[in-house]
Ligand binder design. Structure first.
Ligand code: HEC
Length: 273
């Protein structure tokens, strides 16, 4: 019995701790509203007083935005709120505390704002400010809204993005024992395929490096996989007969457009290791 009781107590304590840990983050990104706009129609007027009284005394609740009904920002919605608002509207009492122009609640309290007025734009996630702006508990790049945002896209890398393709499509010819065109792209015997292609002149047209970081069109490897090696050779005065064929050779040709685009993006993006 005692153990059971202890167990239940610690569970409740844990839940309480958990809740208080979560609320500061929720507060960061909660609905935007105007304090005093209890009926969330965008303005503060007598209709808000009437609506607030209706919630308090005639079961017209729950409020869309209890925070907005907490006109004096004392952390609760009670009779002091419509009185405060009436004082402001009709007896030159003070304005409701902020937010007065579509903001989040700057003070911590247990009131919710589930639905702010339509005139307040819904909060959007800023993908680079370290804050959960839209209140979905995901911060910056962890928020699915930030997918594809420049702040969240990693530059392509050779080892992660490109090398798996090379292993599938190239190393059975460009690796021991064949090493066609003396191009070893394998990892065997300590070979470094990245170092083998970056800023290394082509043997077929030495005016080009195999990979020229930042310049896919100026990279022989790229011209070989898109099949414009003859034009590239001509442009630089190389012998077209030496330019060979599109890669991967013969029946293994060619890479699909998405893969070609990936090579272009990787090289144009700086050909990162
Ligand atoms: C079936 C074998 C085979 C496959 C697969 C293959 N290659 Fe080749 N590769 C060759 C041969 C043979 C040559 C030389 C003749 C030619 O260029 O047509 C060559 C030449 C090259 C050259 C020219 C090297 C230089 O120094 O000028 C490059 C670059 C190249 N290949 C890249 C690739 C890439 C990248 C892949 C994979 C996407 C690939 N190859 C797949 C056989 C292959």
């Amino acid at each position: 019995m005692l153990l059971n009781h202890l167990h239940t107590t610690s569970l409740v304590v844990l839940i309480l701790i958990g809740t208080s840990w979560i609320s500061p983050e929720v507060a960061q990104g909660q609905m935007l509203f105007n304090r005093g706009d209890c009926n969330t129609d965008g303005g503060c007027d007598i209709a808000d007083v009437v609506h607030g009284l209706g919630i308090l005394f005639s079961g017209a609740g729950p409020a869309n935005c209890a925070d907005a009904c907490d006109v004096n920002d004392d952390g609760g919605h009670d009779i002091s709120d419509p009185i405060y608002e009436l004082g402001n509207l009709f007896s030159s009492g003070p304005n409701p505390p902020p937010p007065n122009d579509c903001g989040p609640d700057p003070t911590m309290d247990s009131l919710d704002c589930l639905m702010g007025p339509a005139s307040c734009p819904p909060p959007v996630e800023d993908c680079g400010n370290g804050v959960d702006d839209d209140g979905d508990l995901d911060i910056d790049c962890a928020d699915s809204d930030c997918q594809g945002d420049p702040a969240c896209t990693q530059p392509l890398s050779f080892s992660v993005d490109m090398y798996p393709i090379v292993l599938d499509e190239c190393t059975f010819c460009h690796g021991p024992p064949s090493n066609f065109a003396n191009l070893d792209l394998s990892l065997e015997a300590g070979n470094d395929p990245y170092a083998r292609i970056i800023d290394i002149p082509s043997i077929e047209c030495a005016s080009y490096d195999l990979v020229e970081p930042g310049d896919a069109q100026g990279s022989w490897l790229y011209r070989k996989i898109i099949g414009t090696q003859a034009e590239a050779a001509t442009a630089m005065g190389c012998d077209v007969a030496d330019a060979g064929t599109q890669m991967p050779l013969g029946p293994f040709c060619c890479l699909d457009q998405a893969t070609l685009d990936l090579f272009q993006e990787w090289i144009d993006g700086g050909a990162n290791p």
